[in-house]
Design a protein around this ligand. Structure first.
Ligand code: NAD
Ligand code: UD1
Length: 338
């Protein structure tokens, strides 16, 4: 079985490629390196000891994308390629709709043309918006408050319409909670461009000395310590969830939506404490106001994925902290100096 992985050198794509190769799938990686480095390809090969084809292609380039389908006998696609910075999406919505929504349309059109109609798609817990109470279930009403989230919501709608128009499509929509951690080899991990937006890369950059201190956004939320609560999930568990979703789209006609989370919420202060316990490194922080657009509490009800996909997150918060730190300490500048 040959699987095309779009955005395959990105954070989650690279970890999923490793799991696919370990499970014996043929992998074809596609990325335009707008938010990743070609070095990731060497690292995936080093971890798995396996070879595979990779393409430096923009998803919006219909012609070159078609060639990938011509040159490879593809069975399914796992689609990660997209932009993901919320703030940037507010400043430049057209860039986000163009890349995320139009990119997905070009992909689906090409898949249809080559009769490859099995798709696993990266959505986000951000589509639950600010009005639902955690634990979040897949049937809740969706809403978003930024163009990034809207792009995910629109793509979910497009994929549903596609399935109802042509029942040969088999689609699994995965709503990720907060992926952190890294492969246990320390060879691949999250490598944000510039100042990190997300909490864990900020913590590890403070730990490695790239940043002086963490700023905590809000300590007046209605939570046990006033800081925001999230469902952090190890990226390798998340990657394994894709294999389960893939197994299902390969055999079952479906349009499914699954939460991929642990079902456990940790506050910002909890995460700092666990990181300090796991690594022995102190994280200095200052308290500041709330970040616009943040919700107080966000964690999954992961039962649907457990029942239907037989998937459950296995790694705990210490594994997540330890593996995030291993990656950052072995690669203080990410892939940049390679
Ligand atoms: P990432 O930025 O590390 O990976 C995305 C990859 O897609 C990058 O390598 C980038 O170069 C590539 N890419 C972007 N646009 C492209 C295009 N037009 N053509 C070809 N390649 C393109 O991000 P990630 O954290 O690995 O996220 C993967 C997916 O999961 C994204 O769609 C993201 O929105 C979604 N997601 C991520 C998170 C998270 O916290 N990381 C949470 C929920 C959902
Ligand atoms: C953010 C995005 C969300 C996206 C998700 C994964 C916003 C408003 N939301 O969500 O759309 O799906 O990332 O990419 O950007 N925090 C700090 N200091 C920091 C960074 C974060 O205190 O320097 C806090 C946040 O306020 C939050 C928690 O840490 O309470 C987690 O933040 P983050 O890692 O950015 O994830 P989300 O807020 O869930």
């Amino acid at each position: 079985m040959n699987i095309l992985v779009t955005g395959g050198t990105g954070y989650i794509g690279s970890h999923t490629a490793v799991e696919l190769l370990n499970e014996g799938y043929g992998v074809i990686l596609l990325d335009n390196f707008s938010n990743s480095k070609p070095e990731v390809i060497n690292r995936i090969k080093r971890i798995t000891g396996k070879d595979f084809r990779s393409y430096n292609i923009d998803l919006l380039d219909k012609k070159r994308l078609g060639k990938v389908f011509e040159e490879n006998q593809l069975d399914a696609v796992i689609h990660f390629a997209g932009f993901k910075a919320v703030g940037e999406s507010v400043a430049n919505p057209i860039k986000y709709y163009q890349n995320n929504v139009v990119g997905t349309l070009v992909l689906c059109e090409t898949m249809s043309r080559y009769s490859v109609k099995k798709l696993v798609f990266s959505s986000s817990a951000t589509v639950y918006g600010t009005d639902n109470n955690s634990p979040l279930t897949e049937d809740m009403t969706l809403s978003t408050n930024n163009p990034y989230g809207s792009s995910k919501m629109i793509i979910e709608m497009i994929l549903r319409d596609l399935y109802y128009s042509d029942r040969e499509w088999r689609v699994s929509i995965l709503r990720y909670f907060n992926p952190i951690g890294a492969h246990e080899s320390g060879l691949i991990g999250e490598d944000p461009n510039g100042e990190p937006n997300n909490l864990m890369p900020y913590i590890t950059q403070v730990a490695v000395g790239t940043r002086n201190k963490l700023t905590i956004f809000g300590n007046d939320y209605p939570t046990h310590d006033g800081t925001g609560i999230r469902d952090y999930i190890h990226v390798v568990d998340l990657a394994k969830g894709h294999i389960k979703a893939l197994e299902r789209v390969l055999v079952e006609p479906c349009i499914d939506v699954f939460n991929l989370g642990t079902g456990i919420g940790y506050s910002v202060l909890d995460l700092i404490r666990h990181f300090e316990e796991s690594t022995g490194i102190k994280i200095p922080f200052v308290l500041s106001g709330r970040r616009p657009g943040d919700v107080a509490v966000c964690y999954a009800n992961p039962e649907k994925a457990a029942k239907t996909l037989n998937w459950k997150a296995e790694k705990d918060i210490h594994d997540m902290c330890r593996d995030s730190w291993r990656w950052q300490s072995k690669n203080p500048d990410g892939y940049k100096l390679v």
